[in-house]
Design a protein around this ligand. Structure first.
Ligand SMILES: NC(=O)c1ccc[n+]([C@@H]2O[C@H](COP(=O)([O-])OP(=O)(O)OC[C@H]3O[C@@H](n4cnc5c(N)ncnc54)[C@H](O)[C@@H]3O)[C@@H](O)[C@H]2O)c1
Length: 367
């Protein structure tokens, strides 16, 4: 079983596809055999550099007999349609976050996959790395007692400073909450469990933004979503997380995620990274002290969630970066923005079980 390889096709060969190709290329359990993009030249460039990878049209890729998992790296507005086309062709799918633009788009995907015995996986898989998983081990061991509160802060001046086609970050399906929120809320659910209720307020400092890099530098585009959203998540456990997600902040010295328990405080590394330093303060040790790595896939990069899903498909276990987890995260994020827009606290209808922890020393092929 350890020798088995799952063949993968990638749809969407833009900015993030390079890091997926690099990391998937290092994982023995998965093999990228084809790529496709609406922009045929982009896919062809990848195939030209990698003789083992063929460039196809998206339709040819969905229909390819050798491909078991379609990895969907398109923009959020295309996530649901590409997933649905791949599922309809009998493929398992794994996609970039968010799962879809909203719950209405996402729900039929989960239903279709369940009815047809197909799997959906979704980024972020960063939380399967040693950073979030060491923090998870600290909580599960009881090192900080019972967690009762957390903070999650993501502030940036905006992706138009570095991305050559940043409009999607400012359209429905984007914004700081749907774009970066998946990292934070997936980490928080991994650490503290599901969220049952949200309260938020939102602002928007600019009506238009300007592209800073690439061939379209100088182009001005409209901002269609709130760009500064702040509020509280209430977890089923009773823990309260204070959240700020903003594309309206030039600089901040805010910690990304901290968790506070009855017997200590925990500093969690950037959930948009796989590793990073975990630190704790306890009543006995009243200064921040580094925790040795205690869990997670070591040396992981984007695509480890695909390998985790490929192994789980072979063994029949649940995969960790699952569609159900991504749906709950999307539900929390959408409810968070809705709460701000509707000016009221909202219950979160969905729930999920925390995915299994990744044990220390595990590899995605054998975990
Ligand atoms: N850029 C990053 O640093 C980054 C990091 C993490 C996650 N992501 C996520 O990855 C996804 C892609 O981001 P990106 O920055 O690579 O975007 P991008 O715009 O650079 O690339 C997207 C690609 O998808 C193609 N595409 C769009 N619709 C398609 C369709 N229906 N069929 C086939 N191809 C289609 C486009 O032609 C384009 O080449 C997004 O969900 C984003 O949130 C991006």
């Amino acid at each position: 079983m350890g020798e088995q390889v799952t063949r993968v096709g990638i749809v969407g060969t833009g900015v993030i596809s390079g890091t997926y190709l690099d990391h998937l290329g290092k994982l023995p359990g998965v093999d990228v055999v084809a790529v496709a993009d609406l922009d045929v030249a982009r896919a062809q460039t990848i195939a030209d550099k990698n003789p083992a990878i063929r460039a196809l049209t998206p339709e040819e890729l969905y229909a390819a007999d050798d491909i078991e998992i379609v990895v969907n790296l398109t923009i959020p507005a295309a996530h649901a349609a590409v997933h649905q086309a791949a599922l309809a062709a009998g493929k398992h799918v794994y996609g970039e976050k968010p799962l879809a633009m909203d719950r209405t788009e996402a729900e039929p995907l989960l239903k279709y996959a369940a009815a047809n015995d197909l799997r959906i996986g979704c980024a972020p898989d960063t939380v399967l790395g040693t950073g979030t998983q060491t923090a998870r081990a600290v909580i599960d061991r009881g090192d900080i007692g019972t967690p009762h509160a957390a903070t999650a802060f993501m502030v940036t001046p905006g992706h138009e400073l570095w991305h050559p086609a940043p409009e999607f970050y400012y359209q429905p399906g984007g914004g700081p909450v749907l774009d970066m929120g998946p990292y934070y809320v997936t980490s928080l659910v991994t650490l503290l469990g599901p969220v049952v209720r949200v309260t938020a307020r939102a602002g928007q400092s600019k009506q238009q933004r300007k592209i800073h890099t690439g061939p379209r530098a100088g182009t001005v585009f409209d901002v269609e979503v709130p760009t500064h959203v702040t509020g509280v998540l209430e977890h089923e456990s009773g823990a309260l997380t204070t959240v700020l997600m903003s594309f309206d902040v030039w600089a901040g010295r805010l910690p990304r995620i901290e968790v506070h328990g009855t017997d200590g405080s925990l500093s969690v590394p950037d959930p948009n990274g796989f590793d990073g330093t975990v630190e704790v303060v306890t009543p006995e040790q009243r200064e921040w002290t580094e925790v040795p790595v205690a869990g997670g896939y070591a040396g992981a990069g984007r695509g480890v969630g695909v390998a985790d899903m490929a192994r789980a498909l072979r063994t029949g276990e649940p995969h960790r970066a699952s569609g159900e987890l991504a749906y709950h995260v999307l539900d929390v994020l959408e409810s968070f923005v809705d709460s701000a827009v509707q000016d009221q606290p909202l219950d979160v209808a969905s729930t999920v079980t925390r995915p299994a922890a990744v044990p220390l020393g595990a590899s995605p092929e054998t975990a």
